[in-house]
Design a protein. Structure first.
Length: 82
């Protein structure tokens, strides 16, 4: 395990996702992965694992506006797998 400091996190509007997967390689800390489940439209959607830094890269590449970034007042330390 290693500790990282997070400036924020994101929420994902799963119902808006069309499964393009552009967010997966755009995520610098590599904490997004596509789910096995599908939304009501029949598309897989990204799921967030621990370690999000709130950088907003996913928000910038998402054509369907599925992400919303929330910043913390003070950085929060998280333990994540290497």
């Amino acid at each position: 395990m290693r500790a990282i400091e997070s400036r924020g996190t994101v929420t994902i509007a799963k119902q808006l996702c069309k499964g393009c997967e552009l967010c997966i390689p755009a995520c610098p800390p590599r904490v997004l992965e596509m789910s096995e489940a599908h939304n009501e439209q029949g598309f897989p959607y990204p799921e967030l694992r621990p370690g999000c830094t709130g950088c907003g890269a996913c928000l910038l590449v998402c054509p369907d506006f599925c992400f919303e970034v929330f910043l913390y007042r003070e950085p929060v330390a998280h333990e994540v797998a290497p």
